[in-house]
Design a protein around this ligand. Structure first.
Ligand SMILES: [Zn+2]
Length: 235
């Protein structure tokens, strides 16, 4: 339990610092806030708390796996360092999951979710062919795992991760259809882990991303391709 608590505290610290240093955007900060709200709302357990925050943070950023995001342009040196740190931690945690699985024959699903989320989080604000290829590779790994373990939601999540990097920025991932698909994946994860609230946390967090983008000058094509115009909100 102590190890778990320690992991949670370091993870939350990392996320909050990472979020606090992203200038020009508040996606991650909003996601963390949603995760914290879920922690306060649902019955308290350390593993579940880490899970809510990981799911909320990831859901609030995953729409931007579709390409160079707002995050990448105005990063200071400290942000870049933290970003590399998140990626490094993600690689390390995912490596640990793979090592445990193949060499120790043990597998902790919650830990695996946190590891892969962190890894993908580290990729969000990057750009380029190699980054896209690596994200797709993670997606293919998820599809493979979903097939092996007969988990439909994991296959769907894998398809999302493998496909999205190659899409036009603020295209299909920034639509109501994507929110529905994301909700379906969240529902599957909720059933899998038997942790109440995962679906609603993922939907609210994903929605928060689109809403925040709607407040920017280029807006969001919420109903693309049915209605191709950008919807913007000026405050
Ligand atoms: Zn976006």
């Amino acid at each position: 339990m102590n190890k778990c608590k320690h992991m949670f505290v370091s993870y939350a610290y990392l996320i909050v610092n990472f979020g606090g240093n992203l200038k020009g955007t508040s996606h991650l900060a909003i996601g963390v806030a949603i995760g914290v709200a879920a922690v306060a709302y649902y019955p308290l357990s350390l593993t579940n708390s880490a899970l809510y925050i990981a799911v909320a943070s990831f859901s609030s950023l995953s729409a931007d796996l579709d390409g160079p995001s707002l995050l990448s342009s105005k990063l200071g040196n400290i942000s870049k360092l933290l970003q590399n740190l998140v990626l490094g931690v993600g690689v390390f945690l995912t490596g640990t999951v793979l090592y445990m699985h193949f060499f120790q024959h043990s597998f902790d699903r919650t830990f695996a979710v946190i590891a892969v989320s962190t890894l993908l989080l580290g990729f969000v604000a990057r750009a380029g062919f190699i980054r896209n290829a690596l994200v797709s590779l993670v997606g293919l790994g998820l599809i493979y795992s979903g097939l092996v373990w007969s988990m439909t939601w994991l296959i769907a999540f894998g398809v999302y991760v493998a496909w999205v990097p190659w899409l036009k920025h603020r295209g299909m991932t920034h639509t109501v259809w994507a929110i529905l698909a994301w909700g379906g994946i969240g529902w599957g994860l909720e059933q899998q882990l038997q942790v109440q609230g995962i679906m609603i946390v993922s939907v609210i967090s994903y929605f928060s991303h689109l809403l925040a983008d709607t407040l920017t000058p280029s807006g969001v094509k919420w109903f693309y391709p049915l209605y191709k115009k950008s919807i913007k909100l000026h405050i």
